[in-house]
Design a protein around this ligand. Structure first.
Ligand code: PLP
Length: 287
């Protein structure tokens, strides 16, 4: 594949960065995951906006303007002749010395990869996944503010390891007060008595673009969505649970910590929203 790397396109095997890049040395960088459906880059503007917000927050100067970036993403997709793809757009602090100081890293590095990604097996989208709650907690006030999509995803990696160790497909994260915030890389929704609930982002979740999309679709379908804090108990007794994310899309959860959710099958509201989601991913894109 052809990878965009600092202004040029290079072959996969030539797409290399220095070991002195602070993205590698310190996780000092930011990223976006973006999806292409039927040749449309889904919610591109929203992803680019979040990237520039993350950059601003951690004082990274991206060497391209916010208006130039969408074209770089689209060009990467075109060069790879992909009609469906997962795009990884990464900005690192750049090369510095072995010290922490970002001020010795003169220019940020930018790369864009467009490839295929299958987060869960197709049967799991049909039948639902099994989740646990992770012991790793989410802190919503430290420098790893979940609103910043930084390259520092060690917490999320540890959460995935916990899920794997428990024989589950995914793990849910609680914040330090015990409220459910999200999955390792997905937002969470519950359905109870036909009403949707999702935790407010301030509890420690990323403000997911898929989450916002699902909230819009729910409104179009006359479903009520409440942004309210909830605990594990509320998850266990929900009629339906599903996760949303660019990589995961919409995936039903049918078991959490050995509690069967609803009747153990993806529920009616989840299915209805999933249908609407599939239509919208093919409609609201940038060619
Ligand atoms: N939460 C975390 C921690 C994530 O990394 C992601 C993925 O980007 C999400 C939630 C879902 O966000 P989005 O729907 O914008 O991909």
């Amino acid at each position: 594949s052809q990878i965009f790397l600092n202004g040029t396109f290079v072959n996969r095997e030539d797409a290399k960065l220095s070991v002195f890049d602070h993205g590698l040395l310190y996780g000092d960088g930011i990223f976006e995951g973006i999806r292409v459906y039927d040749g449309n880059v889904f919610k591109l503007r929203e992803h680019i906006r979040r990237l520039y917000d993350s950059a601003k927050s951690i004082l990274i100067q991206i060497p391209y303007s916010q208006d130039e970036m969408p074209e770089l993403v689209c060009e990467t997709v075109r060069r790879n002749q992909l009609s469906s793809a997962y795009i990884r757009l990464v900005v690192t602090r750049g090369n510095g010395d072995l010290g922490l100081s970002p001020y010795l890293c003169p220019t940020a590095q930018v790369f864009i990869i467009a490839e295929q990604l299958n987060m869960f097996a197709p049967s799991l989208y049909e039948n639902g996944i099994k989740a646990i709650t992770a012991a790793t907690r989410r802190n919503r006030t430290d420098a790893l503010n979940p609103k910043i999509k930084s390259l520092n995803y060690l917490n999320n990696v540890l959460i995935k390891i916990e899920a794997h160790a428990a024989g589950a497909n995914e793990a849910l994260v609680l914040n330090s007060e015990g409220y459910v915030v999200e999955g390792s890389g997905e937002n969470i929704f519950l359905v109870r008595d036909e009403i949707l609930y999702t935790p407010p982002a301030y509890l420690g979740a990323l403000e997911g673009i898929t989450r916002a999309t699902v909230m819009e679709l729910a409104a179009e379908l006359n479903l009520t969505v409440k942004e309210e804090p909830f605990t594990r108990h509320d998850v266990y007794v929900a009629d339906e649970v599903f996760l949303t994310g660019t990589a995961a899309e919409m995936v039903p959860v049918v078991e959490v910590d050995e509690r069967v959710i609803g009747d153990g099958r993806p529920g009616a509201v989840t299915k209805k929203l999933h249908k609407a989601f599939q239509v919208c991913t093919r409609r609201d894109g940038v060619q």
